[in-house]
Write a protein that binds this ligand. Structure first.
Ligand SMILES: Cc1ncc(COP(=O)(O)O)c(C=O)c1O
Length: 473
């Protein structure tokens, strides 16, 4: 008996050691039970016991008919802590620096670690090509122009309503406005519910394009402390909205950018109730909602909204292709104000692409694609984390994203990622410096890495070289 115990524990320990050293990585398939049993000269039941032990500890997962796969690192990494933010709202000034960083990061030969973009190899380009040709052939009228008002295609609106059943919907079709991208949707919402000089509550650290929108519209940002696991602090938002000076709250509750945090349902419910009671409109960005790593599709705050106070924005840029440029807002009671802003600022949205998207969503292909995409992103984020652990300074902390594909890295205080960026980009290495995720210039010792690409030896080498630059700074 004790001999058996030792044997299976020994095997489990060896496998765990291989995970810690990187010989077995996140998403890798373990050798089959039969092979382990033959090669290690162990009984099948001893091997199964070892694998079950690893499974119980969350290190591997069994997939039906496929075997056991590495689930996460044997060695846990320290996470960044929630930070205290300034109590007053500040004007935003990030655009110029941001544009420079994003443009430099997209140049050929620069390692793609800056903008949050997926690798083309992960996108269903051939299926979209076929749909574009088919839609244009079958519906020539779509190419004949038409009104620039109310160009929301009913077929797409139906699919958006249908898909919302998976997360606590259904949305009402009348509240949907189709947009050119999620960015446009966010901008329309801000225009509809704020005036220049107003204050908007945002996550800290928070998505830089939201800060850019605030800057462009002459709005001030009030940074709300945000937990790397659970998202925006509802207690802090409660305090911040007591004096009636916050005109809107804008956030990414599901797999936030840059933290990858996931707001628990109870917090979403409290946030929806609190903001409704105080008359603070909520602009919610759910672009990463379909890219969760957990078993269940997380619900947006919109699912807990009983008064029409939440504007849910999203697009298919992260889940299907950034080139489609189709997004939407489910605008609740702000629908007519947002529709007006849409008409004034850009007219309609490309009807051919709306119908292509509608046909893709109507097929089972999208859900199949999402299943494999989620697995790829989870694996890529985990591999990036392992690589950073290996090559970055010892006391480096990093996020444990619950979805999406960006990783937030916190270096020890003495490092300045804005200064290091100049050296990195000169050597063809890009990332987004942490201060661009804050209106008040916090997070100068942090950076964000894009994990949208398969973890190739080239990416591994880029992270290794970046680690060396950081160490030498
Ligand atoms: C949270 C978030 N919202 C919106 C966008 C942009 O989406 P779109 O390309 O549809 O404008 C991004 C892209 O990085 C994002 O991370």
């Amino acid at each position: 008996m004790s001999d058996t115990l030792l044997r299976y524990e020994k095997l489990a320990g060896e496998l765990e050691g291989m995970m810690a050293s990187g010989a077995l990585r996140h998403g890798d398939r373990l050798p089959s039970v039969r092979r382990l049993s033959q090669e290690r000269r162990l009984s099948v039941s001893t091997v199964v016991q070892a694998l079950r032990q690893l499974e119980d500890r969350g290190l591997v997962e069994a997939r039906p008919q496929s075997g056991y796969f590495v689930r996460r690192l044997g060695q846990q990494r320290a996470e960044p802590a929630q930070r205290i933010t300034p109590e007053t709202a500040v004007p935003v000034d990030v655009t110029q620096r941001l544009v420079r960083v994003l443009q430099a990061g997209c140049k050929p030969l620069v390692a793609p670690l800056a903008a949050a973009l997926p690798a083309p190899s992960l996108l269903p380009v051939a299926a979209l090509q076929r749909l574009y040709a088919g839609v244009a052939r079958r519906h020539p009228k779509l190419l004949e122009g038409g009104s620039h008002i109310n160009m929301d295609e009913p077929a797409l609106v139906r699919q958006l309503v249908r898909r919302s059943l998976a997360w606590g919907g259904p949305l009402a079709s009348e509240e949907i406005v189709v947009t050119n991208s999620c960015t446009e949707a966010l901008g329309l919402c801000l225009r509809a519910v704020t005036q220049p000089g107003d204050t908007v509550a945002v996550e800290s650290p928070g998505y830089y394009l939201m800060l850019q929108l605030l800057e462009t519209l002459g709005l001030k940002a009030l940074e709300i402390p945000t937990d790397p696991r659970h998202g925006m602090s509802v207690e802090a938002l409660d305090l911040a909205t007591r004096n009636g000076k916050v005109a809107a709250c804008m956030l990414v509750p599901n797999a936030s950018n840059p933290l990858g945090s996931m707001m628990p349902d109870e917090n979403k419910r409290r946030l929806a109730a609190l903001t409704a009671a105080r008359g603070v409109p909520v602009i919610e960005d759910d672009i990463y909602g379909d890219l969760h790593f957990g078993a269940q599709r997380p619900w947006p705050i919109k699912a807990f909204d009983t008064t029409g106070n939440v504007m849910l924005c999203s697009s298919f840029s992260k889940s299907l292709s950034p080139s489609l440029r189709i997004g939407f807002v489910a605008a609740g009671r702000y629908r007519s104000a947002i529709a007006l802003q849409k008409t004034i600022t850009s007219g309609g949205t490309n009807p051919v692409t709306q119908n292509v998207l509608a046909e893709y969503l109507a097929s089972s292909a999208f859900d199949r694609h999402l299943r494999s995409l989620r697995r790829s992103y989870e694996r890529q984020v985990a591999c990036m984390g392992e690589t950073v652990s290996r090559y970055f300074p010892a006391a480096t902390r990093m996020s444990q994203p619950q979805g999406g594909y960006v990783l937030w890295i916190e270096l020890p205080e003495e490092f300045d990622t804005t200064a290091i960026y100049e050296k990195a980009i000169a050597q063809g290495l890009a990332y987004v410096p942490g201060e661009l995720f804050s209106a008040s210039g916090m997070y100068r010792n942090c950076l964000r890495l894009n994990c949208g690409n398969p973890h190739t030896p080239e990416i591994e080498d880029a992270v290794r070289r970046l680690g060396a630059i950081i160490a030498g700074s």
